[in-house]
Design a protein around this ligand. Structure first.
Ligand SMILES: [Zn+2]
Length: 249
């Protein structure tokens, strides 16, 4: 699902789901992904719940489109008002806290007051991907939560503080077993940022290294509190919990 789309095939005129009007409901909109020709329509425009864009079955998203089936974000499943980005990421670094909390009956649903804010890395990542990067979620700019190919221009001086980064593993070597470090790369025209995950636990290091190796063609998404490594355009974070990682096909 998507919280934004484009009015034209050239993707020059953006429309946010919240700004769509009733009279727009029969208009076809274009997927933010230029390579994807999904026919998108505004959904829920007449209901009391939040609107969003979805593709019709006959003209769906291409495989692995970040705005298609891989993104299950529905604004009505979450409580935006109680979302606190820094606290949510801090919780992901706490190994003991389980996130597989069983859902209470009625917790999952439209406009339910008991809905929780997005909390797993996948939920937060999907929420960010669903929104335009200059849009906000509970007052925080999407691009300031997720560094990806859309938002990298917002980081001219580097990546500092709590952020989720979307990256690929560094070639030809992405890990250093002696230092217990994993290196990822996010690149765009002219700029290349390296992200180093530092491990205290040998066991966790090996486990994460293996997961990333098996998925080395995929995007690796990491939540962390980033700081300078001392080398230009290289940033590092301490990796304490599996909950900080998601692999995106
Ligand atoms: Zn698409």
């Amino acid at each position: 699902m998507a919280m934004y789309a484009y009015k034209d095939a050239a993707r020059t005129v953006k429309i946010l789901a919240r700004d769509a009007q009733k009279q727009d409901k029969s208009n076809r909109y274009y997927c933010p992904n230029h390579k994807c020709d999904a026919h998108m329509f505004i959904r829920n425009i007449e209901g009391v719940s939040a609107s969003y864009f979805g593709a019709i079955h006959s003209h769906g998203h291409i495989n692995n489109c970040p705005h298609g089936a891989s993104n299950r974000f529905n604004p009505n499943d979450y409580d935006e008002d109680t979302f606190e980005f820094d606290n949510a990421l801090l919780a992901l670094t706490m190994p003991g806290m389980s996130q597989t909390k069983k859902e209470l009956p009625g917790e999952h649903g439209s406009g339910n007051a008991k809905a929780s804010p997005p909390r797993t890395i996948r939920q937060i990542y999907s929420m960010c991907k669903a929104h335009d990067c200059s849009d906000t979620y509970n007052g925080v700019k999407i691009g300031k939560m997720l560094l990806d190919n859309r938002s990298v221009y917002m980081y001219p001086k580097g990546v500092f503080g709590w952020r989720i980064i979307e990256a690929k593993c560094k070639r030809p070597h992405f890990y250093n077993s002696i230092k217990k470090e994993i290196s990822l790369i996010a690149s765009t025209a002219g700029e290349e940022y390296t992200f180093i995950l530092k491990f205290e636990s040998e066991k966790l290091f090996k486990e994460i290294k293996n997961v990333i190796f098996l998925n080395r063609e995929c995007f690796t998404v990491v939540a962390g509190q980033w700081s300078s490594s001392g080398t230009f355009n290289v940033f590092c974070t301490t990796f304490l919990s599996k909950k900080q990682l998601a692999i995106i096909n």
